[in-house]
Write a protein that binds this ligand. Structure first.
Ligand SMILES: Cc1cc2nc3c(=O)[nH]c(=O)nc-3n(C[C@H](O)[C@H](O)[C@H](O)COP(=O)(O)OP(=O)(O)OC[C@H]3O[C@@H](n4cnc5c(N)ncnc54)[C@H](O)[C@@H]3O)c2cc1C
Length: 381
């Protein structure tokens, strides 16, 4: 079965993205990992190729692509090489984009979208707090209205692109005691008085993608930086989380597919007891299991992509796609490490890197347990 959901335009675009990864990202990748930061130059290059502003209206410098499959192509090509790159760019061009495109007035669009599309403004989103991320409705960061706008107080943690983002979409409580109905969204800009960042967090994987804690100590946010309507922040996040979870699912499977393909090459050439290791029945069965799991998961996720393109993806479908793909990915990565033997445990080997990088897919953007909560509640349980 080799059904594809992509047409010639997507495949042409795929060649552009693959070229970007091979010629721009790969040669500099080791440095990004060392400095734990992707160079601004790479962002600008991605912007110039139209990878960042895919869904930004043309008049603000974007590609105006209504078809989300173009985003899926970007995610797949980045994830085939590195889930950290996919995460950093994906947060910007796919997770933050719908907030800045859909919830902004013309003045805000003019201020932010051209730089967003060109890579001059790198963005992040701050939902998770040191006190917890799963229970989003319970967030503690506050925003108090003053004569000059808003005063933000609190902290966010694990924020991708956090240490260098020029703009951060921040969820804060504007009405104490109103739970999910008391949350609003703000754009906090670099240089805002009272806004500070911690040092880059030391993750076990994805070294190239910077992750930071953010602090708001009477941070002064002007009234024109409120996103959408006051008090509707939780609804806005819930409306956009299915796309974020589909983004994860597409990335998870592309990453697992690339590692499995590399492992297949390895097991055909590596010999033990005078025979290629892949030909031992146990290993052949493992490979058969992995390729089956990947094909079956890919089929479901592709259906979800088409549903999303048609505007029909539900939160439950996205939750299923996210947790299942993360599980399949992690199982595949672990088996592929095993098939590489000792080399699979060396940091220099791509499979070891993918294994460390991939573990977080069961945690971020809503843990596997939270995904199962969403699915379970839908069963009326
Ligand atoms: C590398 C990385 C990048 C990230 N990037 C971002 C970002 O850019 N922006 C952002 O806002 N956040 C980001 N996050 C945060 C991420 O979304 C959270 O870590 C995640 O939602 C889980 O929240 P938590 O870490 O507070 O865990 P907790 O909520 O404390 O959960 C801990 C454990 O308890 C379980 N648990 C919680 N509630 C339930 C329940 N009801 N039933 C069963 N089990 C439950 C969880 O599944 C988990 O296993 C990132 C995280 C990482 C690691």
């Amino acid at each position: 079965m080799s059904r594809t959901i992509y047409g010639p335009d997507h495949q042409d675009f795929r060649r552009t993205v693959r070229g970007f990864v091979e010629t721009e990202a790969q040669p500099n990748y080791a440095r990004y990992c060392e400095q734990r930061l992707i160079d601004r130059d790479l962002w600008l290059k991605a912007g110039s190729l139209g990878l960042l502003g895919l869904h930004v209206p043309e008049r603000y410098g974007g590609g105006d692509a209504a078809d989300w499959r173009f985003t899926a192509v970007v995610l797949e090509e980045l994830s085939r090489f590195s889930s950290g790159l996919s995460s950093s760019f994906g947060i910007h061009c796919d997770i933050v984009a719908p907030y800045l495109c859909d919830l902004t007035d013309d003045g805000q669009k003019t201020r932010w979208l051209p730089g967003f599309a060109s890579g001059e403004l790198i963005t992040a989103i701050g939902m998770t707090e040191p006190g917890g991320g799963s229970d989003l409705a319970n967030l503690r960061t506050t925003a108090r209205k003053t004569g000059d706008g808003w005063l933000l107080n609190g902290a966010k943690t694990f924020i991708t692109n956090g240490s260098r983002a020029d703009l951060v979409v921040v969820a804060a409580r504007t009405a104490p005691g109103r739970a999910s109905r008391g949350i609003s969204l703000f754009v906090v800009e670099a240089g805002t008085p009272g806004f500070a960042r911690g040092t880059k967090l030391d993750k076990v994987g994805q070294a190239e993608s910077d992750t930071a804690e953010l602090f708001f100590d009477d941070a002064v946010v002007p009234p024109e930086n409120l996103l959408g309507e006051e008090g509707r922040g939780f609804v806005y996040m819930m409306q956009r989380l299915p796309q974020e979870r589909l983004n994860c699912a597409v990335s998870n499977l592309a990453n697992a597919g690339a590692v499995l393909a590399e492992t297949l090459r390895y097991v055909k050439s590596r010999k033990a007891f005078g025979t290629p290791i892949g030909s031992f029945q146990h290993n052949r069965f493992k490979l058969a299991e992995m390729t089956t799991a990947l094909d079956v998961a890919r089929s479901y996720v592709q259906d979800c992509v088409l549903a999303h393109v048609a505007g029909e993806l539900t939160a439950v479908q996205a939750a299923k796609a996210k947790w299942w793909s993360a599980q399949v990915q992690n199982d595949i990565l672990d088996n592929c490490v095993q098939l590489h033997g000792g080399y699979g445990y060396m940091r220099e080997s791509p499979v070891a890197r993918a294994w460390l990088d991939g573990r977080v897919s069961k945690i971020w953007a809503g843990t596997n347990e939270i995904m199962k909560e969403i699915i379970g509640r839908d069963l009326g349980i």
